[in-house]
Ligand binder design. Structure first.
Ligand SMILES: C[S@@+](CC[C@H](N)C(=O)[O-])C[C@H]1O[C@@H](n2cnc3c(N)ncnc32)[C@H](O)[C@@H]1O
Length: 254
């Protein structure tokens, strides 16, 4: 039997790992690390650095090239489905090669495995294919928790609801009726530009928890252009960027 442990690691800072995450990495028979191309090489490096810092004895680390999503396939969801199938096939191969007699493979998942991460969905494909695997998850600090901590703000207004969504959703569906607070992730195109700037405050962060962390907060009308400019410069400088932001309606108290 193979056990697959999805371990939330926070944002690449060893201080973000829980005691449970550290214990389970140390108990794994192999740690599997994806390589996401030259642009994101520092993310694989961060995973290796975390291993160096938290492993109390040598655990084999196996790296593999993550298949690249083909953006020319059908709809966005067709493309993602096809990509997940390719990743599942790669995982099967890597796991079988690394654990021919069974054992525990750990995968270090950015942030929390349950939040905008498809690893658990891809693992379900392994189960559905008949592969004898047990799936287990260790929660991790999410990007939006680190965002609210960095800005020292509450996530929700008093008794209010929060919507966590993507830049694509904000751009295509707009601000939902009655929404007070929205957290936006996976936004490569600054979807906050589609909103009426006078109506919102924004708390923005990039590379949160990492050494290049950038933070901007204020009225959207005042910060919009600064965020767009800083984001473009940082992306150019580092070759990649991950940012997240919280928007709040200005007429809401709490
Ligand atoms: C594929 S999702 C992974 C989310 C992750 N599982 C979590 O718990 O936050 C990637 C998105 O998370 C956000 N993100 C991840 N790391 C971040 C960081 N260090 N700083 C800011 N945003 C980050 C960005 O919105 C990015 O587009």
């Amino acid at each position: 039997m193979i056990a697959l442990h999805f371990i939330g690691i926070g944002m690449g800072n060893p201080d973000h790992l829980t005691a449970q995450a550290i214990r389970e990495l140390n108990q794994a028979d192999v740690i599997i690390v994806p390589r996401k191309g030259a642009d994101k090489a520092d993310l694989a490096d961060l995973r290796r650095q975390i291993c160096d810092k938290v492993l109390r004895h040598p655990v084999p680390i196996v790296e593999f090239d993550l298949p690249v999503r083909n953006s020319t396939i059908g709809t966005y969801l067709d493309g993602v489905n096809d990509w997940h199938a390719a990743i599942a096939t790669t995982w099967q191969r890597v796991i079988r090669q690394s654990l021919p007699n069974g054992g525990t493979a750990a995968l270090m998942i950015w942030g929390d495995p349950a939040l905008y991460d498809s690893s658990l969905r891809i693992a379900e494909r392994l189960l559905n294919s008949g592969m004898p695997v047990q799936i287990h998850m260790v929660p991790g600090l999410t990007s939006f928790q680190l965002l609210t901590a960095a800005h020292c703000i509450p996530l929700n207004t008093l008794g209010g609801a929060v919507i966590i969504t993507t830049g694509r959703n904000l751009r295509e569906k707009g601000w939902p009726e009655g929404c007070e607070t929205m957290v936006v992730m996976l936004d490569g195109a600054c979807a906050f530009q589609t909103l009426e700037p006078a109506d919102y405050d924004i708390w923005w962060g990039a590379y949160i928890g990492m050494e290049n962390q950038l933070l901007i907060e204020g009225a959207l009308a005042d910060c919009c252009n600064e965020i767009i400019t800083k984001r473009a410069q940082a992306r150019q400088q580092h070759g990649w960027i991950m940012d997240v932001y919280l928007l709040r309606k200005r007429d809401i108290r709490g």
